[in-house]
Design a protein around this ligand. Structure first.
Ligand code: NDP
Length: 255
């Protein structure tokens, strides 16, 4: 690793940091030298990742938050600032995909649940962290975990794709709004990755085989295969990159 990928003295918050892709990114950032606060709604899972971060010799803080709840996010960020006095990196990784239903069978309640977490949650966390970066004059960086579903349509995932498409557009607008503060905002669009979120599709042989047949690399990714893009975007190596979406999908969106 060259010195420009070094994240020493940086403080990172990773939403959705307790499991799957967010956990892998939390540990990757810590390995690259950052102090990392992984957050989610489940204390025991957050504690576990905090222990792993401490084992890597980095500082951390165990705190829960619901990204769709503005007051919960504000409380979490206050605690991070009390402990670390700044935030350099925000990874918006928290996300859900609880339903696989054709649009006409999707209720408004189901739609709102997904939009509130996957899109509004990104807006709330980015805004609250962005304001602090601006106040403290920190040229920080925000990385949103979007999805290939933000770029192409995925069957029976209207709300998920609408939210992720929204995340990609939000990434571009935040990049424009905050370039004057030296804040870079980018996104990563993963393809299918082996996590709890995809356990349902992996358990259905028919759906799984169909997805594999549509992926040139003929496999799902591992959570750790998303980490490199996050470290790159968080580091000084990406100093001229903003408003960009890096796709990490085994070729899913190539054909
Ligand atoms: P997981 O289900 O493994 O992890 C999701 C994480 O988000 C957990 O830490 C969960 O913790 C947290 N989370 C969910 N809702 C909230 C909330 N309201 N507030 C705070 N934290 C929350 O999913 P993945 O790792 O697979 O997904 C991570 C991100 O990557 C998501 O944004 C997802 O959409 C995206 N993605 C995933 C792909 C995949 O194939 N796996 C493909 C493309 C994108 P808890 O439940 O304890 O709150």
């Amino acid at each position: 690793m060259t010195s420009k990928f070094n994240l020493e003295n940086k403080v990172a918050i990773v939403t959705g940091g307790s499991r799957g892709i967010g956990k892998a990114i939390s540990l990757g950032l810590a390995e690259a030298g950052a102090d990392v606060v992984p957050v989610s709604r489940t204390k025991a899972a957050v504690d576990e990742v905090c222990n792993l971060i401490e084992n890597l010799g980095r500082r951390t803080l165990s705190i829960t938050t619901d990204v769709s709840d503005e007051s919960s996010v504000k409380f979490m960020i206050e605690k991070v600032i009390k402990t670390f006095d700044k935030i350099d990196i925000l990874i918006n990784g928290a996300g859900i995909s609880p339903i696989l239903k054709s649009a006409e069978k999707t209720s408004l309640e189901e739609w709102n649940q997904i939009i509130n977490t996957n899109l509004t949650g990104v807006f709330i966390c980015s805004n609250e962290v962005g304001k602090i970066m601006i106040d403290k004059n920190v040229s920080g960086t925000i990385i949103n975990i979007a999805s290939v579903g933000g770029k192409v349509g995925l069957l029976r995932q209207a709300a998920y794709c609408a939210a992720k498409g929204g995340v990609i557009q939000l990434t571009k607008v935040l990049a424009l709004d905050w370039v004057k503060y030296g804040i870079r905002v980018n996104a990563i669009a993963p393809g299918y990755v082996k996590t709890d979120l995809t356990a349902g599709v992996m358990n259905s042989e028919k759906i799984y085989n169909d997805l594999i047949s549509k992926t040139p690399m003929s496999r799902f990714g591992e959570p750790e295969e998303i980490t490199g893009a996050a470290i790159y975007l968080a580091s000084d190596e990406a100093s001229y990159v903003t408003g960009e979406v890096i796709t990490v999908d085994g070729g899913y969106t190539v054909w």
